[in-house]
Write a protein that binds this ligand. Structure first.
Ligand code: ZN
Length: 389
């Protein structure tokens, strides 16, 4: 391990083993063990012992923290569902068998994930450090009165609302393979938050939204940015589009704090999505985000291959701390991790070579989308006069 030049002075990693008390069910794609695997790999690499790092134990959010965004009726339904019993009109709120199961403690789980996001926000906004990472957060699909896409409480929205209350200017960047619909909706009509989501097109993937023409409404026009990608998009096309769109918008918006949703479900072997990204592509994007962010609240997100999740978020945390990682994974980690299904022995290993055979149409389609964003969004965020009606 060797240090690199731009080391931040103070960073916070927020975590608790209490996450493991909750279970979406044996066949559900979201397995909380991925959080423990991530923490273990980060620890085994020595990334919790750096002088810059503060390890913060997660504290649950309070009910009143949730009420800034979620409706009272929905929170009541979650309270009832927290007993683990499907009751009354729970299905009206998106709860039930399938994506958003009712399991014992589902509200407690959500309070932990959201609490950690608020702790990250307080750490960064309070000037205690430059970056904080909550790997349990980033539950970006939850709506005001409805659970969606494995998400019950929208911790990114609640975190951003706290930042707004502290009069911080916030840019939100979402690189999960799924559209960050809940966060976009929450800030669709304001110019106080710039939301940028990069995701697989809604034509082929849940939640079916996030098209380039969704650019915000009223005062918010131009402040919701969507970069949808066709299936089988690879590193080259993805990183090109990121570079064309994100840095210029973020610099023009000039945020105090960048909040990111770092979902890791855009790798070629994720069971739920159709991207062809490698860990090197993910790394390039993260390094760029670090350059762009004056302060950084980093949240987790999707990722349904647990080995990928541990690899990618360990790499993310290393980047946040300006540390290079050895390609060989630490022995003590591997010894334990294989017992719970961890695959491969190297950091990039299985994520270094996505299948060959690119989607030739992807580049043309993405160039069209980037062109649209430059025409319709750039003039609004950059304050330039637009020729468009
Ligand atoms: Zn996702």
């Amino acid at each position: 391990m060797k240090g690199s030049e731009s080391v931040w002075m103070k960073t916070a990693f927020i975590y608790t083993d209490a996450y493991l008390d909750y279970d979406y069910g044996p066949t559900h794609p979201l397995q909380v063990i991925r959080l423990k695997l991530t923490r273990d790999l980060i620890e085994a690499y020595g990334l919790l012992d750096l002088p810059s790092v503060q390890f913060i134990a997660t504290i649950k959010a309070k009910g009143k923290d949730l009420a800034v965004f979620h409706s009272e009726a929905y929170l009541n339904a979650l309270n009832q569902a927290n007993e683990g019993r499907f009751m009354g009109d729970a299905y009206l709120y998106g709860l039930g068998p399938g994506d958003n199961p009712v399991f014992p403690g589902l509200l407690d789980w959500s309070l932990l994930a959201t609490g950690a996001t608020l702790q990250a926000v307080d750490f960064v906004a309070g000037g205690r450090g430059e970056v904080a990472f909550n790997i349990a957060g980033g539950l970006h699909h939850a709506m005001r009165a409805r659970a969606s896409g494995f998400c019950y409480i929208n911790d990114p929205v609640i975190g951003i609302m706290r930042l707004l209350k502290l009069r911080k200017r916030v840019a939100y960047i979402d690189i999960d393979a799924h559209h960050g619909d809940g966060v976009q909706n929450a800030f669709y009509e304001t110019d106080q938050v710039l939301t940028i989501s990069l995701h697989e097109t809604g034509r082929t993937l849940f939640p079916g939204t996030g098209f380039e023409h969704e650019i915000g409404k009223g005062k918010g026009e131009g402040y919701s940015v969507n970069l949808p990608f066709p299936p089988f998009t690879d590193d080259e096309v993805y990183c090109w589009a990121f570079e064309e769109v994100v840095p210029e918008l973020v610099q023009a918006f000039n945020p105090d704090i960048v909040v990111t949703q770092l979902g890791v479900d855009a790798f070629y072997n994720d069971p739920l999505t159709n991207f062809r990204l490698s860990l090197s592509g993910y790394e390039r994007v993260l390094r760029r985000i670090k350059d762009l962010a004056p302060r950084w609240v980093a949240l987790g997100g999707g990722g349904y291959n647990a080995s990928n999740v541990a690899r990618a978020w360990s790499l993310a945390w290393a980047i946040m701390n300006g540390v290079e990682l050895n390609e060989e994974l630490p022995e003590p980690f591997l010894k334990e991790a294989v017992k719970i299904g961890f695959e491969g022995e190297e950091l990039k290993g299985p994520l270094s070579s996505p299948p060959q055979g690119r989607n030739e149409k992807a580049r043309t389609e993405v160039e069209r989308v980037v062109g649209y964003i430059k025409e319709m969004v750039f003039p609004k965020v950059k304050g330039e006069p637009s020729d468009s009606p």
